[in-house]
Design a protein around this ligand. Sequence first.
Ligand code: FAD
Length: 404
Amino acid sequence: MKRYAIVGSGLAGHRAAISLRNLAPSSSIHMFGDESHLPYDRPPLTKDFLLGKVEQAQLTFSDVQTYDTLNIHYHHATRIVAIDRHQRSITTDRNEVYEYDKLLLATGSRPRRLPEMEDARAIYLRTVDDAARLRSVLEPGRSIGIIGAGFVGLEVAAAARDRGCAVCVIEAAPSVLSRGLPPLVSNAIQRLHLSRGVEIVCGQTAKAIEWTRRGPINIELSHRSFSADAVVVGVGVIPNTELAAAAGLEVDNGIVVDCHLQTADPSIFAAGEVTKHPVGKGGALLRLESWNVAHKQPLVAAACMTGHDLVYDEIPWLWSDQFGQNLQILGDVADSQDFLLRGHLDSEQWTLIALNSATEPTGAIAFNSGRDISMMRRILKSGGNLPLDVISSSRPVSAMVPVC
Ligand SMILES: Cc1cc2nc3c(=O)[nH]c(=O)nc-3n(C[C@H](O)[C@H](O)[C@H](O)COP(=O)(O)OP(=O)(O)OC[C@H]3O[C@@H](n4cnc5c(N)ncnc54)[C@H](O)[C@@H]3O)c2cc1C
């Protein structure tokens, strides 16, 4: 009987366990997760969960009975502390040892922490417990300070505003969403937030922060200070690679895997947000903080772990919801200087199609325009050209020029 072990019980770990059971009905499967909850979905934590539209129970993927019925041994609140590649075994934090034939690392990421934000009152949002703590503060009239204007910071800002809080977002970079998105998109999203009453302070860090035990938290900026009932820190994540690194596997801001999601050790695979995997025709190694990676990679990893020859070649895709508006990003948009714009960036619906230097499409950014993303996915997959009606209904814009 083959023995499969999975470290990490987020979306990737859960999906791998179910896939392995389908592909290897008589195998033994052990999944280990250091959280005390059943595996659950993270995207709603900054959206509907904060708005009170969904509860924790609705976020879980499976109940205990389902794992039992599928004969998946789910070890919750159990941390794997070591991998012995020679013995092909893993050790838990209770010093139990489990042998494997194939091992999957699906250890995800944790929030990057700031030394000046180490107070117990700072909220770093990754888990359902973090989100529940924040939700309890989001009452009308409360003030929320947010450090970092990435997706997590802006989604929290939108939810907090929708719940009637005063919100101030402080971002060290000159604009919001500055990582990997062109200035004209940052400007459009910033305008959305300003129009809903979010205060955004870019190009600044908190000069000083005064954490009182119970009263308001005072954040001092260069031109004023902001008094907050809660401070949320969203300044990026760090992949959980320490276990892999200690076992001598290649790690480079992510666990390095090939297109089969296999590490250099043929018995060890990785899947989900922790992987640094080949992307696109050039095979550049990227680590993507995207739900779709954690959703799709485990199927390929499980297939390859059970002897099938499958390749992970998904086009990068992620979405964000803010103030009920949907932003989607597909393919390679980071390096493009030139775009085709469908619609108007100040309107409720627009799409930017990214072009390379040969004016071929490489990706798209769509605002409330999921249909354009589906069209672009088909075009990018087939390597085809843009339809004439799309070209004729678009106008060229430069990434650097804010379009009003
Ligand atoms: C608040 C939030 C909102 C998001 N919103 C969106 C969105 O709108 N759109 C989008 O595309 N993506 C979004 N994402 C990203 C997406 O949800 C994640 O990329 C995805 O959930 C990652 O899943 P994963 O299973 O790879 O990793 P994780 O969910 O991080 O799961 C890994 C698990 O492994 C555990 N673990 C780590 N090390 C060990 C160990 N040694 N032993 C045992 N257990 C271990 C961790 O504690 C964790 O429970 C969001 C993420 C967050 C946090």
